[in-house]
Structure formats: C-alpha cells, structure tokens
Design a protein around this ligand. Structure first.
Ligand SMILES: Cc1ncc(COP(=O)(O)O)c(C=O)c1O
Length: 464
C-alpha cells in the first residue's frame, strides 16, 4: 500500500475492524458495498462530536448555542454548493432525508401540464423512476448495443416531442454497472430543446468531481440530488440543489412550522426557499456531517480519489474476467473511462444471493446481492423476458421470492486497496469452483441465504 492510500484509510472509521467468520476466527472486514452506504469519515465523526457541545435549537433561538447551531447549518449549504460547483446563479440548497426524498420533492415541484413528458434512461434507480411515474408521462431513452446512453437518440426524442419534454433525468453514475453517462453533453442537448436536466448524483458524488456550472453555460446542470450516507456522512441527510424560482411558488411538499412566515386561521404566507421546503425541525447534525464530508473530500482532491478508484476498478475487472464462469453485467470495456468502481456480475451454477452470503459468512467481505433497486435495468441486463417477469410478480404475491433475479455487486471506495481486491477475487474464484465450506439455507420470502443453524449474537459488537 502506498503512503497516500495508507493516509486515506486512516480517514475512515472502522477500517480493518475484526469480524467473525464461520469457524469463529476473526478477520479484518472488507467493505465492498460502498454503493449502498459508505462508512463515516473520521473528520465527520469529529465534527459531529464537536458540534454536539454547542448543539441547540436551530433558527430563531436567541441563545449563543442556538446562534452557533444556526450558523453551522447555514454554512453547510454553502460548502455543499461549492462541492457541486454550484455557487454561481441564484441556486438554492435544500436539505432532505436522502436522494429519494429529494427527487420526490422535485417531482412535486413541477406543476405538470397534461401533455408534459419526463425523459429518463433505462438504467435508473427506482428513486429516479417511481416519483415521476406517479405524476407525469415518463419516456425511456434506450441504451445502445454497448449499454451506454445514445445521445443521438436523445436529440431525436427531444425533436419528436418538441417542447413537451420538461425534464431529462438520469443518474450521474449507475449503481448497477458503474457507467457514468456524459451528463454535460446530455445537458447541452436538453437545453437546446428547452428541457431542464436533473442528475441523480447519489453514486457519482463520492467518486468524481461534479460541476453544475453557471446557468449561462448550455452544459450546466439544473438540478442535482445526493445522499450523505453514500458520501461518508451517514447521519440521515440528503440534498436537492436547483434554481430558486422552482421552489418559490405554491405550497411545499411537506407543510408545517419552519416553512412559513405567517399563518392565520384561514391563510398561510409561505417562507422563501430553502426554508419553504424544510418544514419541521431540520437535521442539523446530518447537514453538518454532510458538509464536513464534502469539505474533506475536496481537500483530498476529488480528481485524486477518482484516479485511485479508477485504477482499482480496472484491476478488479481484469481479475474478475479471469474467473471461469463469472459474467460481468453490462459492458465495462465500452465504459472503460466512463465509469466508477461499481461492478455487478453473476456466477454460473451459484445463485447470486448465495455468493453474497458466502462472502459475508466465510470471508468477512461485505457486498450486496439482489436487483439493487433498479429492477428494470437488472431485468434487461439479465435478459429476463416479460413472461418470466410476470411469473415472478405472481410468485411474489404468494410470498415466494426464490426466483427473483439477482446479481452480486462489488462497489469500491477511495479507501479500498489492491490487497482487498485480491482477497475478494480469491474468495470468488473458490466460490466459482464451488469450494465453499458451509451449508446454507434460503429464506423463500427474502431469497437470502444463511448458514444452516445460524445463531448470532451482536451484543459484543454493539449495545445500547
Ligand atoms: C443511483 C441512485 N439513486 C438514488 C438512490 C437512492 O438513495 P437513497 O436511498 O439515499 O435515497 C440510490 C441508492 O442506492 C442510488 O444508487
């Protein structure tokens, strides 16, 4: 491990934590599930500790502690705007619970005309599908034969629908294949056709720099959403950034105290954004944690993190390719330079859920298996027909989840190392040869596997 990587590892809470594996032996935990949630940065934990000394009611409190708390909360917005290259223009940073809530707020904020269309892609997370589908007609931009967004198709679609497409929305990075579409090129085309663009940056934000750019720039991003728990700040906060005017009219998504200037028995005077969109007492600790993470990542250099993670990702892909029976989903070659370190795959004859269980119970390696909240994309990548999908739906209604399609996902963070990748590859090579030691049983409802007769006690690890 070089010195930079060693330094970076020291910045992460819980790295190399010993965990038990099946035979009672303890091994250093390897976390390769960063796309789901990252661990906390040490700096984030320290900032939370420090703020707790001063923590008091936010906004309107007149005591010194309230003033400190309010100042920290408001400063957090500025730091995050800087992190996203969003300081120019009249933009507003709204704190939410997570990316999902951010997109729901935004979907509510458009006053949809009956013929309006939202254009999205076939690789989206449910968070960037379902909130739109409830409110407006959604059209999908297909991925081309290489599995990447076809920008010529984008222009053709926008031309076809004239100005009915109000918003083009897509992930900055796929949580399934790691693919990073050309968001600024998409933005330029969308703006040419008078549509706005939303980038779901839940996956992109912790791995590569984001530049929302000046609103005068045709390649600018109108809206960006992200989650603290995916960028080393797991304290329950998300963010929605967009032009202030979008949030300046009408009632907010959530109504209540904090979002108003004045209320009588029959009338309400809503506050200006961002307060208007943050009813109820906000999560100050979460906001400060998220901004501290952003500041720390900026100090480490997002370009440096990206370079390191790309090196790890390419190394991982080369090693996985050499494992007989393992098939990577999507087309990492086509995405070579346009990806983050997220790799999904299946192994012949070994169900994905079982692979994940063996990695966890026998090797102390944390990954995710399943459909990663991107069912339409997974169905496409695994070539599940509509008929098969319908049968699975019926089975699920009968509480039988055994045939739900699944893949295994490895997702990297800046603190992961070549040695960790090597260990994961060794484990997968053995699994592909069906050399696992334990006997596993599947829960038919969840389709998850666990060792037969498992009795676990977590009290030694954590107690209230
Ligand atoms: C691309 C993408 N978008 C949105 C989300 C939803 O994020 P959250 O669960 O923090 O709301 C995720 C979470 O995995 C994601 O990967």
């Amino acid at each position: 491990m070089d010195t930079t990587t060693t330094d970076w590892r020291r910045q992460v809470v819980g790295v190399d934590q010993q965990v038990p594996v099946r035979d009672g032996v303890r091994v250093p935990y390897i976390n390769m599930d960063n796309a789901a949630s990252t661990p906390s940065l040490v700096r984030v934990r320290d900032a939370v500790d420090q703020l707790l000394i001063w923590y008091a009611s936010v906004h309107r409190g007149t005591g010194f502690k309230s003033r400190v708390t309010t100042a920290a909360y408001e400063e957090a917005r500025h730091i995050l705007l800087r992190f996203l290259g969003a300081e120019s223009g009249d933009r507003v940073a709204i704190f939410t619970k997570n990316t999902t809530e951010s997109i729901n707020v935004l979907a509510y904020r458009f006053f949809w005309e009956p013929d309006a269309i939202v254009l999205t892609t076939e690789m989206e997370h449910h968070a960037n599908l379902l909130p739109w589908r409830q409110k407006v007609r959604v059209e999908y931009l297909p991925l081309d034969a290489r599995g990447v967004v076809d920008v010529t198709q984008l222009a053709a679609r926008l031309e076809q629908y004239q100005s009915r497409v109000k918003l083009v929305t897509l992930s900055g990075a796929s949580n399934v294949t790691g693919y990073t579409p050309p968001i600024h090129e998409v933005a330029r085309i969308a703006h040419h056709y008078h549509a706005e663009i939303l980038v779901d940056a839940a996956q992109l934000a912790p791995h590569a720099p984001i530049h929302m750019l000046s609103p005068d720039d045709p390649a600018h991003l109108d809206y960006v959403v992200l989650s603290g728990h995916k960028m080393y700040a797991p304290f329950g906060t998300g963010l929605l950034v967009g032009p202030r005017h979008r949030f300046s009219q009408g009632a907010p998504f959530v109504e209540g105290g904090g979002a108003v200037k004045f209320v009588t028995r029959d009338t309400v005077e809503w506050d200006d954004p961002p307060a208007r969109e943050e009813a109820g007492s906000p999560n100050v600790i979460g906001a400060v944690a998220m901004a501290t993470a952003a500041k720390t990542l900026m100090a480490m250099g997002m370009d440096n993190l990206e370079t390191h993670e790309r090196m790890l990702d390419h190394y991982l892909i080369d090693k996985l390719r050499a494992i007989p029976g393992l098939r990577i989903l999507g087309n990492p070659e086509a995405m070579h330079a346009e990806r983050i370190g997220v790799v999904s795959f299946v192994i012949e004859r070994v169900p994905a859920m079982l692979v994940a269980a063996i990695l966890g119970y026998e090797w102390g390696i944390g990954v995710r298996a399943g459909c990663f909240c991107a069912h339409p994309y997974l169905l496409q990548l695994l070539q599940i027909s509509d008929r098969q999908a319908e049968r699975i739906r019926q089975e699920l209604r009968d509480h039988d989840g055994r045939h739900v399609p699944a893949a295994v996902r490895i997702s990297l963070g800046f603190y992961n190392t070549i040695a960790e990748v090597d260990r994961v590859v060794t484990a997968l090579t053995r699994i592909a040869r069906q050399e696992n030691r334990g006997e596993y049983v599947q829960n038919p409802q969840t389709s998850e596997y666990e060792p037969r007769g498992l009795v676990e006690d977590y009290g030694w690890a954590f107690q209230f």
